[in-house]
Structure formats: C-alpha cells, structure tokens
Design a protein around this ligand. Sequence first.
Ligand code: NAG
Ligand code: NAG
Ligand code: NAG
Ligand code: NAG
Ligand code: NAG
Length: 566
Amino acid sequence: MASRLVLAFALSALLFFSHSVLCKDSHPTDDDDEDLSFLEEPTDHGDAAPHNPDSDHYDEDNFDDLGNYSDFDEGGDHEDSYKQPEVDEKDVVVLKAANFSDAVEKNRFMMVEFYAPWCGHCQALNPEYAAAATELKGEDVVLAKVDATEENELSQEYGVEGFPTIFFFIDGVHKPYTGHRTKEGIVTWIKKKIGPGIQNVTTLEDAERILTAESKVVLGYLNSLVGPESDELAAASRLEDEVTFYQTVDPKVAKLFHLDAEVKRPALVLLKKEAEKLSYFDGKFDKSAIAEFVFANKLPLVITFTRENAPQIFESTIKKQLLLFATSKDSEKVFPEFQKAAQLFKGKLIFVYVETDNEDIGKPVSDYFGVTSEAPTVLGYTGNDDGRKFVLDGETFGEDFIEDKLKPFYKSDPIPETNDGDVKIVVGNNFDDIVLDESKDVLLEIYAPWCGHCQSLEPTYNKLAKHLRGIDSIVIAKMDGTTNEHPRGKADGFPTLLFFPAGNKSFDPIPVDCDRTVVAFYKFLKKNASIPFKLQKPASTPKSEGSAATESQGSSSSSDDSKDEL
Ligand SMILES: *[C@@H]1O[C@H](CO)[C@@H](O)[C@H](O)[C@H]1NC(C)=O
Ligand SMILES: *[C@@H]1O[C@H](CO)[C@@H](O)[C@H](O)[C@H]1NC(C)=O
Ligand SMILES: *[C@@H]1O[C@H](CO)[C@@H](O)[C@H](O)[C@H]1NC(C)=O
Ligand SMILES: *[C@@H]1O[C@H](CO)[C@@H](O)[C@H](O)[C@H]1NC(C)=O
Ligand SMILES: *[C@@H]1O[C@H](CO)[C@@H](O)[C@H](O)[C@H]1NC(C)=O
C-alpha cells in the first residue's frame, strides 16, 4: 500500500481523535458510587486487557482495508510480476541534495521526479519519463530525478509523501505535475508550459506528421495566425493539458484534418484516434467555450477501467460516473447499448466499463463497489467525494442520476434471517431500521474480520451486550465494514465505535473513544444515552460465571436493589 495512503489515514485518525469524546472518567460524578464490579468478572473467553486506544489506532493494520476507489490508482507496489524493460535514461539528469539548488537556479524549466527504487509506479514511469526526456532534448527544459530514499532531507523539504512525486519548476517555483504519466502526456504538458501553447501548421507534410504521430489534437482553422482568434485558441490550449492545439489558415491543411475547406472560419475540430473520431465545434469562438468543448469530447465515449487511465476518471471535472460491470464475454452484448447511452450523456456523465473477470483491476474494483453478480450490472457513482451509488433501474435513470433524484444503493450482506443475539447484526440494508431507529440508543462497532484489535474486543463487546440484554432502549450492534456500508456509519480504521443516541439520529454519531472495557462502555452509555436506563445487578453471587450472571439478570429485576441509582 502506498505510504501516502497510510499517511492520509493516519492524519484522518489524528483528526478523529482530536474531535472525539473522551469518556475516561475525569470528572467524578454521582455514578462513581455505583458498584460495577459485577461487570468486571472474567468470562470464559478471558477478558482483553484494557486498551490504550491511542496506541492501537495508529497501527497500520487499522488502515489497511479502508478501500478507496481512487486507491486503485495509487498502490501499485504489489505488481510483483512487473518486468522492468530496458530503459535508456541518458537524457534524465540525476540530482542529489548537493547539486539540486544549483540545477533549480540554472534551468528556467525543469521537471523533477522524486522516486523510490522499490516503487512499482516509479518503475512503470521510468521508460516513459526517459523517452520524454529524449524527445525534449534540445528544448529549453531539463527532466531530472531524485532518489528519495537516498535524499531524505531534500524530499522532506519538498513535502514528498508518496512515489513518484513529480514537480515542475518554472523560474525556481515548483508546482506538482498532475498530467498523465506517459511519454506523450509529459511531452505535451511540458511543451504547453514552455511554448506558445499553440503551433502553426503551414505545410501538408507537417499536417500528415501530426496526424500520424498524435492521438488527440485540436485544429483551429482561422482567418489569421495572429490576432484575437489565435489568442483565444492559445488561451484555451493552456487550460487543457492533454490535447495539443494547432492552428492553420491553409484550406488544404484543414481538409486533411477533416474540415470542409469552405467552412466558415474560425472553425475547430478535435481529432482522436479512437472509435468516435471527429468532433466539430460550433460554439462561440472564445477560450472557455473551446476549452469546455475539448474537455467534454476528448475522453473516449466509454473508458475501460485500467490502472493507466484511472487518473482520467478520477481527475475529471465531471464527477458523476456510470459504471458498467460485465465479464469480457458479456461485454460484447451490452457494450453497444452502453456506448449509445454514453453518446446521449456526453459531457455530463463519465461512462466507465469495468471488466469483472479481470483479476488485476476489474475484480478489485467490482469488490469495492460490492458488485458480486456475474450478470452485467450498471451503477451510478457520484465520485469519491460523496461516494453514493445507484443501481440502474428505469428508463430515466440517466436523467434522474444527473438531477440527483435517485435513492442510493449500499454495499450489503444479506439481511440476517434471525437477529436475536445479544449483539445485533447490522448490514448495509438494515442499517436504517436498526441503527437509525429513533426509539433506541444504539452502540455500533464497525469491524473487519481480519482485524486483530476487533477480535480482542469481541469478548468484551459480547459481555457488554449480555449485561444490557434486558434494557429495551439500548441496542448493541456490529457491522462488518468490509462488506457493508452506509453513509451514516463511516469507519475511521477498525474497529470504529459509534454511538447513535435515540431521538437524535439526524445528527452525526458520537465517536466512542473510551477504554475498551465493559465498565468504561457501560459508563459511556449511561452518560450519553438519551433514554435513561437502570442496570440491575444480577441476583446470583458475584463469584458466579459470567453467563449465569446474565441469564438471571432479566428475570430477577425485582429482587435486588442494586447501588445503581441513576
Ligand atoms: C549531481 O550529483 C550527482 C552525484 O554527484 C551526479 O551524478 C550528477 O551528475 C550531478 N548532476 C548534475 C546536473 O550536475
Ligand atoms: C505562427 O505564425 C505566426 C504568423 O506567421 C507567427 O507570428 C507565430 O509566431 C507562429 N507561431 C508559432 C508557435 O510558431
Ligand atoms: C477517497 O479518496 C478521495 C480522493 O483522494 C478523497 O477525497 C476521499 O475522501 C477518500 N474517501 C475515503 C473514504 O477515504
Ligand atoms: C442532538 O445532538 C446534537 C449534536 O450532538 C446536540 O447538540 C443536541 O443537544 C442533541 N439533542 C438532543 C435532544 O439530545
Ligand atoms: C458521553 O459520556 C462521556 C462520559 O463517559 C462524557 O464525558 C461525554 O461528555 C458524553 N458525551 C456527550 C455528547 O454527552
């Protein structure tokens, strides 16, 4: 897992703790008189020692499985099978801390890659970066690299948190490079930064060369190579990192680019080497209209989800995605329909195809979205920021999706047929009914099956639930956070404990950050429950087994006036 990701989670964990409620008893209150010793009996499982929540939440394994769709674009270090091709890096400049600032001073334009030798994404970038350096040789730009594992201080100085981190320096000022990590992407991007942003096509030879060599180009067919039309085009070009912009006044050149020589100028065409090749611009010839047009049309109608084009999907300003999940075999049948729909919603939705039987990327992405069915499935997804999903149904799905009229779908295990254990089982699809029930104070643990801290919490949690079994207003519940989700129950690592007070379910839950003992949980509930409750001390002797103690608890309520006075 990319270190950047772990770091991000660690930071959010920090935030989480700075906001969460501490329920260690710092203020002596009336319930200190309460004799809670009966809660502390050992169970046959043996109780876990009280946890120090600070230490265990920073463990990496808390963060491991917090899937994030965009992480499919990050990780990458697990690509063991990746074969390193021969790379000729003769044109990539090696920099060390000792000669770094010198290089920054000397070169007006410089790209610098901070890498780690073990990082898979860096290895994949190597040949592209080297080729870009070679192609740009002779231009006023230097492509350099820094081994961040050797140049720790330098990397820290530049805030490098993940690999590769690429900066572009202009006159000593650096900005992150956000373009594609391909030779073509890098070259196009850099040329835009260092050049006029737009190139003239004056001969047919040039035109032919461009059409052969480049996969995405814009040609403006103008009245003049200088002046307002050209200025607007050049300005639009600087807003767009992936497409190269050209201009011409030559009707023959225009014809080669599939523009009618008789067309009214200024005219503009976008050419792609993909299924839907030509897009003609018919808007107002100004920079923002042009940039918008290019943006909406530059992507293929349907993007197949791969590691390489994941950034196009995530970094798009169109956030809403329509994802088709299908096996490679089924895709032949459904793809044409999907493509037709894509045509209709061009510029409004991104259409993505996920090949569910592709083990490398399609399978993990399907799992992330909770798509288990073999049959082709279409989901609407609102992007990583709010992460709502919708299942395709009905003919107006596309419009409804755009207009936010749909009811979201949650990843969910089947709703359990019986759910009468002490600890209630919550899944995505019964979350509303159990956790958001306004008549109950609900404590919810979100766990992961593989998480060690969750396993050691389990006996304590079960014991708490047993003790509280007789209290009707309290629900102790748990949810497997790897197979279920709900926007109101977000995990910040595993286990995450959340408390949802009765009568107040529209507010965010209270994070429970107390010692993980029965007594601490009990005190927390006592303090925070909206509906006051009274726990009866079991009638049986304190020395008896835990199970006997709880079994007697519900029925013996009248016989024993415990010291529980609240
Ligand atoms: C910077 O220093 C390293 C190590 O001494 C050397 O290999 C590299 O060529 C130098 N780079 C430049 C641009 O001088
Ligand atoms: C394109 O041609 C015009 C007119 O000759 C010239 O002023 C301009 O600098 C040229 N642009 C480039 C990028 O060469
Ligand atoms: C997933 O990643 C996106 C983009 O980096 C971020 O905005 C979002 O908060 C992340 N979601 C989770 C649940 O971590
Ligand atoms: C509901 O929760 C909010 C936020 O935690 C709190 O300010 C408010 O007092 C609560 N209301 C009731 C009735 O408990
Ligand atoms: C919840 O209970 C704890 C004590 O266990 C207390 O410190 C905290 O203020 C309570 N939180 C709220 C929101 O009532």
